[in-house]
Design a protein around this ligand. Structure first.
Ligand SMILES: [Zn+2]
Length: 175
């Protein structure tokens, strides 16, 4: 029975599906810890619901604050890929932008061995500087339906573009 349901739990089957960068258990544990901060051992039942309400209110307040900061302030841009970084700073909240910024910085450590034409686009075989065997494959499809696909599928599962995507954007002079 478990094998028949492997699409719901096996990590190899979940690759490329969106989980916001967290696995199911992490999300539950993180929420448990968050709510526990508002509960005491000797709390009465009638005090429990208002305490959880306060925890949820604080969580919503944090989300609203993130949205406000993203709308009315701009993070400091630090990399040489200014246009990409600036575009990302407009799309993501500051908290998420820190993750995106890390990916943009990481693309400086990448290199590509060769570019091939296959799968209806340009195929980049990427490797890390100092480790010259291709580890990641990115396919760039130009034209009207422009898109880039990366084998690591980080974007599909976390909605954060990986450093490989940024590397190809840099090579293709995308802004
Ligand atoms: Zn990737």
């Amino acid at each position: 029975m478990m094998y028949a349901k492997r699409d719901s739990w096996a990590e190899s089957c979940l690759r490329g599906k969106f989980f916001g960068g967290k696995c199911t258990i992490q999300r539950v544990e993180s929420m448990n810890k968050y709510v526990k901060d508002y509960l005491r051992k000797d709390i009465k039942l009638f005090e429990c619901i208002p305490a959880i309400d306060r925890a949820m209110l604080r969580l919503r307040n944090t989300t609203t604050k993130d949205g406000f900061n993203a709308k009315y302030s701009t993070p400091v841009l630090k990399t040489a890929l200014t246009k990409l970084e600036q575009q990302a700073s407009l799309i993501y909240t500051h908290r998420c932008f820190i993750l995106v910024h890390h990916e943009i910085e990481s693309c400086s450590a990448l290199t590509h061995d060769k570019v091939m034409y296959n799968f209806g686009g340009r195929v980049y075989l990427l490797s890390k500087y100092g480790e010259p065997h291709g580890n990641w494959t990115c396919v760039y499809h130009g034209g009207e339906n422009m898109r880039i696909e990366c084998g690591c599928q980080k974007y599909e599962s976390e909605r954060i573009p990986c450093c490989h995507l940024f590397y190809v954007m840099k090579c293709e002079h995308l802004t």
